[in-house]
Design a protein. Structure first.
Length: 233
């Protein structure tokens, strides 16, 4: 029997209409769908495509931590083996990946474990970083500008070093790290350029002036965009 195919399915930042035609075709035709479920409020993938999932599709909720600590490795091992059982039985499995699978995605841990063993295809998705620029109406880069994407989880000194002198930047994984980031942006004179958005493209999307944000209220699904200062002619 031929093994099933593993799909890493990029499903975009939240608006179901931002699924690609390819992601929609695969999502609605595979017999098995897997998606992460751990950490309250941090699970978005299934909700994005809930209207497209059919009752006869097998679902594998995967309790995956959003961390790379050694203690989280067994979660990925277990999830990978659950998926491997279906693949070995000849069933295709689509793993739902919020945004773009290969950009800070939990899918990469499954990819590393399963791609060497089974036929695998990654379907690119619209990343929250790109969708946010569109929602904010903020062109990110022009001409020779360099775009830096970085997680707010970096320690303060590293973040400061990385942000100093950027042409344009996107800072993801804000949540409880917001206050640290805001202080650094202030120190670097970047606060007046920084744009904040949460839940981009979702029904409850919120765009608020960064100086008006209560750090205690910042959700995981938020980011800061610092657009380039270069102007097109
Ligand atoms: C683990 S990363 C995954 C990124 C994802 N693979 C992508 O391409 O968008 C999660 C971070 O992406 C950002 N993010 C994802 N979706 C978002 C959205 N709809 N609005 C704002 N930020 C979002 C947040 O900063 C969040 O903490």
């Amino acid at each position: 029997m031929n093994a099933g195919k593993l799909y890493g399915l990029g499903i975009g930042p939240g608006d179901p209409e931002l699924l690609t035609l390819k992601a929609h075709r695969i999502l609605t035709s595979v017999p098995v769908i897997a998606y992460p479920t751990l950490e309250n409020g941090k699970v978005l993938a299934r909700a994005i495509v809930a209207d497209f999932i059919r009752p006869n599709q097998i679902e594998i909720p995967m309790p995956l931590p959003f961390s790379v600590e050694r203690s989280s490795q067994p979660h990925y091992d277990i999830a990978a083996e659950k998926i491997a059982l279906h693949l070995s039985a000849g069933r295709d499995v689509a793993v739902l990946c919020e945004g773009e699978p290969m950009l800070y995605g939990t899918f990469m841990y499954l990819f590393k474990r399963l791609a060497p063993r089974f036929p695998t295809e990654v379907v690119p998705g619209i990343s929250s970083t790109m969708a946010s620029a569109a929602m904010l109406g903020a062109p990110i880069t022009f001409r020779n500008d360099v775009l830096s994407i970085m997680p707010a989880t970096l320690d303060a000194q590293t973040l400061r070093d990385r942000l100093a002198g950027v042409d344009a930047a996107v800072i993801i994984k804000l949540g409880r790290h917001f206050a640290k980031v805001r202080t650094i942006l202030d120190e670097l004179g970047l606060l007046n350029r920084a744009l904040y958005i949460e839940r981009a493209t979702q029904p409850n999307q919120r765009i608020v002036a960064i100086t008006k944000i209560d750090p205690a209220e910042v959700p995981y699904w938020s980011l800061i965009l610092i657009p380039s200062q270069t102007q097109p002619q």
